[in-house]
Design a protein around this ligand. Structure first.
Ligand SMILES: NC(=O)N[C@@H](O)C(=O)O
Ligand code: NI
Length: 165
């Protein structure tokens, strides 16, 4: 019998679908608060962030866009902290996550965000690295700054092909 196809199809991201892995940050529905003399809606406190034995850091990532189909060779996780990817362009991007399966990633899921959406991976969530699909791949990233190891990588023996359905 041939080996199962190492392929995953990209699906649209949803708050419910992403919930086991992190928070989908988006402006939907009524804001939690109207501020700035009525000129701004605040969508308040949207992400569950952790920075164990460290502090929050705000960095800018300028990443090369990836073409699809894409070969997923590695996933990683940050045992000590959450990590948020906040695009600074009006483009969606690729978000790959996986459940933990005894210390390595289980079957990955691939999501594509809509323009204006951002994600926050919960602490310890297996994820693909920042993956823009269009230039500019400019993102603000909020994650843990602190001492000690905060990166666990898993390299696949056979790359997984990530493609549009
Ligand atoms: N290494 C780094 O700063 N970024 C990764 O954690 C990533 O998920 O892109
Ligand atoms: Ni990461």
């Amino acid at each position: 019998m041939s080996a199962p196809e190492n392929k995953i199809a990209i699906q649209p991201i949803s708050a419910a679908g992403f919930a086991p892995f992190g928070d989908l940050l988006q402006v939907t529905g009524a804001p939690d608060k109207i501020i700035n003399q009525g000129l701004c809606g605040r969508y308040h406190d949207l992400a569950q962030m952790d920075f164990c034995d460290g502090r929050a850091g705000l960095s800018l990532f300028n990443a090369e866009p990836r073409a699809l189909p894409m070969a997923l060779t590695m996933m990683e996780r940050h045992p000590q902290g959450s990590q948020a990817f906040i695009p600074m362009s009006e483009h969606g991007f690729l978000v790959i996550v996986a459940p933990d399966a005894g210390g390595t990633p289980g079957t990955p899921l691939a999501f594509e965000t809509q323009p204006g959406q951002a994600v926050n991976f919960h602490r310890g969530t297996w994820h693909g690295v920042l993956t823009p699909l269009q230039a500019p791949g400019l993102f603000a990233v909020v994650d843990r700054i602190g001492a000690g190891a905060n990166l666990q990588e898993h390299w696949f023996e056979t790359p997984i092909v990530v493609e549009r359905s």
